[in-house]
Design a protein around this ligand. Structure first.
Ligand code: AMP
Length: 511
């Protein structure tokens, strides 16, 4: 299957062409949209943002604005172009009263160009709030800047050298500052402003909110943050990268046959709104089906789920009638869903990028989140790569996996249905079971447009059978006969009866 993507940012949607089984499929997906209003930004500022053509917040804005509006100190890794000015701009405008004539917010930047640029952006953002903003920097006459400072301003955007000069001349009073921003902090340190920064910050009241933005996160930057801030939150974002700061990451190592019990144990312990990721569509169906049997409010989405069913499942997930969404990576991409409490990697991700995108589904918009990866013993070594990729520790979860037996009632029901189905079944040619080989009849054939490869996949299902354990396959129009070892027959039938093929429930019996 090949996928061609054409992202249409302006419409908040994504058009996807999927070439599958010789046909072009066309789907339109809605992106993950968190609105500025959902981030608790006031109408006046949202209006200004709309005037500036901003339709939806960027990842750093989604991650950092809710944290900043709570008054927390933070340091964020964000390059130019990520929307960082809008991030701290909104925080300042929300937290600082306009029109007091005192300098209430100070933004320190490395260069004159940046001082002008930031000041212009703040002017635009404050169009309806009435905050006043003044850029000050070296290399030009100091007197006009002093005159403007005397007229009063709410926000000063300054380069460190000129700010220090103005403080020394008693023309810049920082005693009323309640929010300080260090923008491009790494560049300021590179340019040798460390001492000036310390001096300036010593003139700002200790009870203040400090926000630091830096394109890189070196030990020096962290040290500066630790020295100047109180219990700062760390936020790491690059372009198009989910934010993992509020997500605690764990893993569990278990054998294949205990994976489902591990999943149930997690769901029982946390009762979360959760997404469970599986490798394949088939696995998604299987896992969701078994969960439903255990009375979990589960819904499945993957590429084979019809559009109307998919919408129903997503609506259910939004209104709470579905608490656990079981999904493939492709199906989960671009879904318009809020942050979830827990992301469970039922199947290990293919690569670290997939991991980051999966767990980016939790811990968003200022909410705490958790992710748990269920690894097989041989997958365990992946943890170090994932830690390197996320820059965060992934801890082994201290949890006792409880065994949950399959519900008995359902099993009986299945047996009854299987008997009923076989009573109605026409006679078909078959070799029948002999010796240690059992012949299994499956209610799928040529008219179901199924191939032998898919039959093998269904027969193996969630059992431990490998391909060579599946013997001769005889396909008819409506039924297929497959030979397996007699000792495997029962588990194959139980597994087959749990599956569906293109929406049709699979039925099987030994003949
Ligand atoms: P910055 O990272 O602050 O340098 O911002 C880079 C550019 O992105 C600036 O031109 C901003 O005006 C613009 N920008 C910031 N936030 C948004 C947004 N949410 N939507 C669209 N453009 C934005």
């Amino acid at each position: 299957m090949r996928t061609f993507k054409y992202p249409e940012r302006n419409h908040g949607s994504e058009i996807e062409f999927v070439f599958f089984r010789g046909v072009f499929h066309f789907t339109q997906r809605v992106n993950i949209v968190t609105t500025f209003t959902e981030l608790q930004i006031s109408n006046e500022i949202v209006r200004a943002m709309k005037d500036m053509g901003w339709e939806e917040p960027t990842p750093v804005q989604i991650a950092a604005i809710p944290v900043g509006l709570k008054g927390a100190d933070m340091y964020a890794q964000a390059q130019t172009g990520t929307g960082k000015t809008g991030t701290y701009g909104s925080i300042i405008l929300e937290r600082v009263m306009p029109g007091t004539r005192d300098v209430s917010a100070l933004v320190l930047v490395p260069t004159r160009e940046l001082a002008n640029q930031v000041s212009q952006e703040l002017d635009k953002l404050s169009r309806y709030t009435g905050h006043r903003c003044l850029p000050i920097y070296g290399g030009v006459g100091i007197e006009p800047q002093i005159a403007k400072l005397r007229r009063g301003t709410d926000i000063v955007v300054a380069t460190p050298g000129r700010a220090k000069d103005l403080i020394n001349r008693s023309d810049l009073d920082l005693s009323k500052v309640s929010v300080v921003v260090l923008d491009e902090a790494d560049r300021m340190l590179d340019m040798g402003f460390a001492r000036d920064l310390n001096f300036i910050l010593s003139k700002v009241p200790k009870r203040r909110q400090s926000l630091l933005f830096s394109a890189t996160m070196s030990p020096e930057i962290r040290e500066l943050a630790m020295r100047q801030m109180v219990r700062p939150k760390e936020i790491l974002v690059s372009r198009d990268e989910p934010v993992l700061d509020l997500t605690s990451q764990y893993y569990i190592v278990t054998e294949k046959e205990n994976k489902r019990d591990a999943l149930y144990t997690l769901l029982d312990r946390y009762e979360p709104k959760a997404i469970v990721f599986c490798h394949t569509r088939h696995k998604v169906d299987q896992v969701a089906k078994k969960m439903k049997r255990h009375n979990y409010l589960a819904g499945a989405i993957h590429g084979d789920v019809a559009q109307n069913k998919r919408e129903k499942v997503l609506q259910g997930f939004k209104d709470g009638s579905i608490r656990v969404l079981v999904a493939t990576d492709v199906a989960a991409r671009g879904l318009d869903i809020d942050s979830v409490d827990l992301v469970i990697n039922f199947d290990a991700p293919n690569d670290p990028d997939t991991y980051v995108h999966r767990i980016g589904r939790t811990g968003r918009a200022g909410k705490e989140g958790m992710s748990v990866s269920i690894f097989l013993p041989e997958e365990h070594k992946m943890v170090r790569d994932l830690e390197r990729r996320t820059g965060k520790p992934i801890e082994k979860m201290d949890i006792e996996i409880l065994h949950k037996p399959e519900p008995e009632v359902k099993k009986l029901e299945e047996v009854r249905m299987s008997v009923l189905a076989s009573a109605e079944r026409p006679k078909a040619k078959r070799s029948g079971s002999q010796g240690n080989v059992a012949s299994i009849e499956i209610n799928l054939g040529n008219t179901d447009r199924i191939g032998k490869g898919e039959i093998v996949r269904l027969v193996r299902g969630d059992t431990d059978l490998v391909s060579r354990d599946v013997g001769k396959i005889t396909m008819g129009d409506r039924y297929t006969y497959v030979e397996v070892f007699r000792k495997d027959a029962e588990k194959v039938i139980v597994s087959l009866c749990d599956q569906s093929f293109r929406g049709k429930a699979v039925r099987a019996r030994v003949v």
